[in-house]
Design a protein around this ligand. Structure first.
Ligand code: GLN
Length: 199
């Protein structure tokens, strides 16, 4: 069983822990470098990306996180977590840093302000069955992607889900809906990474 951490500096950590457990992973909060070292994969939750970035620096996690992402640890970022995985942000706030990992440019708060948050059905490549109910809360969208990035979903012409290698990101929050198929997709990515290689 894969052990998957949820970066627990700020944001909706609890909901991701529940979703991962439902998708048959062992889920743990990660706040310290030693905890990061023990997980097979990591979820970066939604919340506020500038706050998450500053707390990661404060907790001495920025470089360890970048190193693990560079080494190919599977990561999944939702909303603010998507922003953290962007190689570039269009409109960073001062002091805001990202981990990078996905060759994309992300626009923060692209879908509008808090009171313009909405739900919409989203068809996600790799998630079988009915479309997923996407909860968009002051959500970013992906402005552009590099050649190695797989676009998994769009909403009204804007990219809202992407994958590059072992990094997955969505603008919306599947952890808030009780439908854990996106988390199951991520757990499968972590499992595939763990599987012993055969010739
Ligand atoms: N707008 C937030 C940010 O810029 C993200 C919102 C969210 O994670 N729900 O970090």
């Amino acid at each position: 069983t894969p052990v998957i951490g949820v970066l627990a500096l700020q944001g909706d950590v609890r909901e991701h822990l529940v979703a991962l457990a439902t998708a048959d992973a062992v889920a743990r909060p990660v706040r310290r470098p030693e905890e990061l070292a023990e997980v097979d994969g990591l979820v970066i939750p939604g919340g506020e990306s500038t706050t998450i970035s500053k707390l990661a620096a404060l907790f001495g996690l920025l470089e360890p996180l970048r190193a693990r992402v560079r080494d190919g640890m599977p990561v999944y970022g939702t909303c603010a977590g998507m922003i953290m995985l962007a190689d570039k942000i269009l409109d960073p706030r001062s002091g805001q840093e990202t981990l990078g990992g996905i060759d994309m440019i992300v626009r923060r708060n692209a879908f509008g302000r808090q009171n313009e948050s909405f739900e919409a059905t989203v068809d996600i490549k790799g998630v079988a069955g009915d479309p997923v109910e996407g909860v968009f809360i002051r959500a970013p969208w992906v402005e552009s992607v590099g050649a190695d990035v797989d676009v998994l979903a769009e909403h009204e012409g804007h990219i809202v889900a992407v994958r590059q290698g072992d990094a997955l990101a969505t603008s919306f929050h599947p952890e808030l809906t009780g439908d854990h198929r996106v988390h199951a997709l991520f757990v499968d990515m972590v499992r595939a990474k763990q599987a012993p290689r055969s010739l």
